[in-house]
Design a protein around this ligand. Structure first.
Ligand code: ASP
Length: 338
């Protein structure tokens, strides 16, 4: 029988109203099971690993990502697939981080959650959970259909490191602006195998060291030298710079000098766009030519979530500056199209 491990980290899916404050707080897995009697009718052998404490995903951090990746690695041989129940707020960060941490993954790791708690009448939790389990159990020729870290939400399956949470109210909470969906749930489950990552089965490699010493510089018209230098002159090891359009910034000399000073101090600077769709193209406009010549790294069409977790992962391996810079511009787990 297909064996699946459900890892319950928390999130709205399992939350209940705190009678004292009225706020939603995470609750234990038992009530999820009680609310989804269908779980017992699925023809899978299900085990559950519940986090303690259970979390709202805003409290996720790299230490917990390491714990999650450790559980998957330790039980990898036992299970055919993994379903992680997780709050939607930071799900795209966790999915991106896990995709980098779990090199050579050849089994499904499907993250899901919901916008309404499982105990609510109109909940989206049941469908998300049941279909995520079905996806994790699907095989072709004895091999996993989806050997990837992915997110299943509202009838669509996304590559984890391509997804963003774009809506906090709609059931359709996620999008993958720069990569097609991997599968869709209608009357049947349709898998789009051309877009699913395929690689030879090799031993899983876990890398859970992260360097989180990263700053973020979001450009806006009117940004001051003081604000820019609060980041460029800080003690961070790398900067994710969120730029305009296809990677453009102001060409003001004070700005270029501030970036140059940061580069001279050994900081990596990665340029990603504030646009969710499309790619950075350094040199396309005059306003990014300078950046290209200075050695600013192109993040191409990566999400912010993928960019920051990839930087944490690569810098966590203690690789030399040049190697991190080169690897940021190539696809390691299908996170960018360059
Ligand atoms: N605040 C919740 C969380 O991320 C939201 C959700 O689960 O959708 O844990």
């Amino acid at each position: 029988m297909t064996k699946i491990l459900i890892i319950y980290t928390g999130g709205t899916i399992g939350m209940v109203n705190d009678p004292l404050t009225g706020a939603l707080i995470p609750f234990d897995f038992k009530q999820i099971q009680q609310n989804v009697p269908e779980l017992a009718r699925l023809n899978y052998d299900l085990d559950v690993h519940s986090f303690d404490p259970i979390l709202d995903s805003s409290n996720m951090d790299p230490e917990i990502w390491a714990e999650l990746a450790g559980i998957i690695t330790d039980t990898y041989a036992t299970y055919d697939g993994f379903v992680i129940l997780h709050g939607s707020d930071t799900m795209a960060y966790t999915a991106s981080a896990l995709s980098f941490m779990l090199k050579n993954l050849s089994k499904p790791v499907v993250l899901t959650g919901s916008q309404l708690p499982i105990g609510e009448i109109r909940t989206d939790a049941k469908e998300n959970l049941i279909t995520a389990l079905e996806i994790a159990a699907t095989k072709v020729n004895e091999l996993a259909m989806i050997p990837e870290v992915c997110i299943y939400f509202d009838y669509q399956l996304f590559r984890g490191n391509r997804s963003i949470k774009y809506n906090s109210e709609k059931f359709e909470a996620f999008q993958s602006p720069n990569y097609p969906i991997l599968a869709e749930a209608g009357v049947t489950l349709s898998f789009y195998s051309n877009y699913i990552h395929q690689h030879p089965v090799e031993p899983l490699v876990l890398q859970s060291e992260f360097n989180t010493n990263i700053g973020v510089l979001k450009m806006y018209p009117g940004i001051t030298i003081k604000t820019v230098q609060a980041i460029t002159r800080s003690s961070v090891d790398a900067i994710v710079m969120e730029t305009f359009g296809s990677g453009n910034t102001t060409t003001a000399q004070w700005f270029v000098d501030s970036l140059q000073e940061a580069l001279d101090a050994g900081k990596l600077i990665v340029d990603i766009s504030q646009c969710q769709g499309g790619s950075v193209e350094l040199g396309k406009y005059e306003t990014s030519k300078k950046l290209q010549h200075m050695g600013i790294i192109s993040g191409f069409d990566m999400t912010f979530e993928a960019t920051i977790t990839k930087l944490m992962y690569l810098m966590g391996q203690g690789l030399p500056y040049k190697e991190v810079a080169a690897l940021m511009e190539v696809s390691l787990r299908g996170e960018l199209s360059a």
